[in-house]
Design a protein around this ligand. Structure first.
Ligand SMILES: Nc1ncnc2c1ncn2[C@@H]1O[C@H](COP(=O)(O)OP(=O)(O)OP(=O)(O)O)[C@@H](O)[C@H]1O
Ligand SMILES: [Mg+2]
Length: 643
């Protein structure tokens, strides 16, 4: 479904079916959370409603006794029957209060626990989704699953379902009670219900549609606010505040229009039903009065004859009946909204997770002098690929060296738009391999393929001779230190952010990594050194400082292969030299891929690949490429001239 159509929420029949399926599924999830508690709670919900539902039976008796008392004027003998009944009624209501309180407490607990479970599920699932998912779904929209959509589920389980259950039960019981007292009077009420049902279906259908739209509009508005917040500086630089406000107003107006339509439908429904109820109240009084006056023979389960006490009880019951029907219709909107919310949540949960057929794993290893490798249960500083062979059930170990080969690799993000063509790269352990080339040439894409953010279309990628598809993704990525082109720091201290590379690293290891990355100097000058809090992606640091922390974060993991994508682009050349020295020390005997526009960064690489429109057009050492006087030469000398 296109985003737009989805947002406008054109509620077709199949959409509704899907929503209802999701509703059922969320109830199943709810039940799964509390398999034992749930039946108990529903019994309490029913019991809590019973006193109210059953009271007419006693009330009718009291009315009748009062009627007799008024006629005879003898309170002394009347009170013998009236007082015990009143006491019973009070006791029943008191039990009702206790049960309702227990119900409310339990519902509050269960609802929040259920939402907690759903949010965790959703977040857990989100972590398993491929990068592609985040490329193609608006982040604001994903965010709204955690706010809006979850809130609709809250309304569903904490209000709509219990209310529906109680109201449904009340309607059923009161209906039987009405038949118990008088069939004729019941018919009057049924006629009223038919009128109400007609009105509700006309008004309610419109309202449901707009409630779903309202949900989608909220998501769109939230997404927009988030995007503009992130881009606040760009908005200001281009003086786009006015346009931004205008775009927001458009979205906000849509939200206003959808919400006001949804709510106006819902708001008129209540008064309409109430007033039909009032008319029925009058009708019952008149019809009842006529029946009593003319002594019309009664038809009822109880066999009671028509009298004022029955009419009075009916008046009471009709109020109750209407109130409960009203309740049912009011909950319908919550249910439609929850169905739509649940559908969106399950769309996320059902999105295909990142596939991983890898069976080769990475283990700590002990390597003897004769080259035999055994698996270790502690960190040894050496790693091995553990390769189970299905055919004969044997396991072989192979030392992790960091030999990476791309063999005739083709790739496209969007089918038909090839980004890489016949890319071949041979990186021996300990080599420094550089990619240079114009913006958009495909440098970052190559690194995305090595760590399998995306899967290649054709060709092979081998790591220490093993096809990367056979390596479990977690292990593959654990063996690669990646410094991304865009820096991302998380809320936490500088130390926390460096330790993100290896969660069990000691403070000392983190500080050493920072030294290697050349980050130590500036960190110590921060107000609280390594304990300085970073927020909003490290907004209190300079871009270069953020990059230095990212490098330290990758370095602390001490990986055999390191990929640096424009990792030092914002760092001054002097600091870059410090970083390079540190990295050289760190990377001794390891493979490093470096991507840089600043060619001085890649000069000392073992091999430099020049990429153009997804093809490698030149390869060789700096000196070789300069001697060739090709693209690299022109880039390099051009850069020189500029400098
Ligand atoms: N997620 C994506 N979805 C679709 N196309 C993409 C995606 N990411 C990149 N591309 C396209 O792939 C091509 C190569 O992009 P890539 O990021 O690899 O370039 P690059 O060489 O790293 O450029 P730069 O030097 O600017 O970082 C570009 O034409 C780009 O439009
Ligand atoms: Mg790039």
């Amino acid at each position: 479904m296109s985003d737009n159509r989805r947002r406008r929420g054109a509620a077709s029949l199949s959409d509704m079916k899907g929503s209802m399926g999701s509703l059922k599924r969320s109830m199943k999830e709810y039940y799964k959370c509390f398999p034992k508690l749930m039946p108990f709670v529903y019994v309490i919900i029913v019991l809590a409603a019973l006193p109210n539902d059953l009271s007419p039976l006693i009330m009718q008796k009291i009315y009748k006794l009062i009627d007799v008392w008024f006629k005879t004027g003898d309170w002394e003998s009347a009170k013998v029957d009236i007082v015990p009944l009143v006491i019973i009624l009070i006791v029943i209501y008191a039990i009702g209060i206790v049960l309702s309180t227990v119900q409310a407490q339990l519902m509050a607990f269960m609802t929040q626990k259920f939402l907690d479970h759903m949010r965790c599920d959703m977040f857990g699932k989100m972590q398993k989704l491929p990068i592609r998912y985040f490329d193609s779904n608006k982040h604001g929209f994903i965010m709204s699953h955690y706010t809006n959509d979850i809130d609709t589920l809250r309304q569903l389980v904490s209000q709509a379902i219990p209310s529906l259950l109680q109201a449904g039960l009340a309607v059923a019981i009161v209906f039987v009670e009405m038949l118990y007292f008088s069939v004729w009077m019941t018919i009057v009420i049924i006629l009223g219900i038919i009128v109400m049902g007609f009105v509700t279906s006309k008004v309610g259908a419109g309202s449901a549609k707009y409630f779903v739209r309202q949900q989608n509009s909220v998501a769109a508005t939230e997404g927009y606010v988030q995007e503009m917040m992130n881009g606040q500086k760009v908005v200001k630089v281009f003086n786009h505040e006015k346009e931004t406000i205008e775009s927001f107003e458009k979205l906000n107006d849509e939200l206003y229009s959808d919400s006001s339509k949804a709510n106006s439908y819902a708001n008129i429904l209540g008064p309409i039903i109430n007033n039909i109820g009032n008319i029925m109240y009058v009708l019952i009084a008149v019809v009842g009065g006529v029946l009593v006056y003319y002594n019309v023979p009664n038809l009822s389960i109880s066999g009671l004859v028509f009298e004022v006490s029955i009419v009075a009880t009916f008046l009471n019951m009709s109020k109750k009946f209407m109130a409960n029907l009203n309740q049912v219709t009011m909950q319908m909107n919550a249910i439609v909204m929850a169905a739509a919310g649940a559908e969106r949540i399950f769309t996320l949960m059902d999105s295909e997770p990142e596939k991983d057929d890898g069976y080769v794993t990475l283990v700590d290893a002990e390597i003897k002098e004769d080259g035999t490798i055994t698996e270790a249960d502690h960190h040894t500083g050496k790693w091995a690929w553990k390769h189970p062979h299905q055919a004969d059930g044997t396991i072989t170990y192979q030392e992790l060296k960091g030999d990476v080969v791309l063999d005739m690799v083709d790739f496209s993000y969007v089918p038909g738009k090839q980004v890489l063509t016949d890319v071949c790269v041979y990186a021996k352990p300990g080599q420094k391999v550089a990619f240079v080339g114009a913006t958009g040439a495909g440098k970052t894409t190559i690194t995305n393929l090595i760590n399998r953010f995306y899967d290649i279309e054709d060709g092979k990628i081998r790591y220490d001779g093993i096809n990367v598809n056979k390596i479990r993704k977690d292990d593959l990525r654990r063996s690669l230190g990646l410094v991304l082109q865009e820096t991302n720091l998380f809320t936490g201290t500088v130390m926390d952010n460096i330790r993100y590379g290896k969660l069990d690293a000691s403070d000392e290891e983190c500080i050493n990594a920072a030294r290697l990355a050349g980050a130590d100097g500036f960190i110590e000058r921060l107000p609280e050194g390594y304990n300085t809090m970073l927020e909003n992606n490290g907004a209190n640091l300079s871009q270069g400082q953020r990059q230095l922390i990212s490098i330290a974060r990758a370095a602390v993991a001490d990986p055999p292969v390191m990929i640096l994508d424009e990792a030092t682009s914002s760092i001054d050349t002097r600091t870059e030299a410090i970083v390079a020295r540190g990295m050289d020390k760190l990377m001794e005997g390891r493979t490093v891929f470096v991507i840089a526009h600043r060619l001085s960064t890649v000069r000392n690489s073992d091999v430099i690949m020049v990429l153009d429109h997804g093809k490698i057009i030149e390869r060789g050492s700096h000196d070789q490429l300069i001697a060739e006087k090709g693209t690299y030469y022109r880039l390099y000398t051009g850069a020189f001239e500029l400098e």
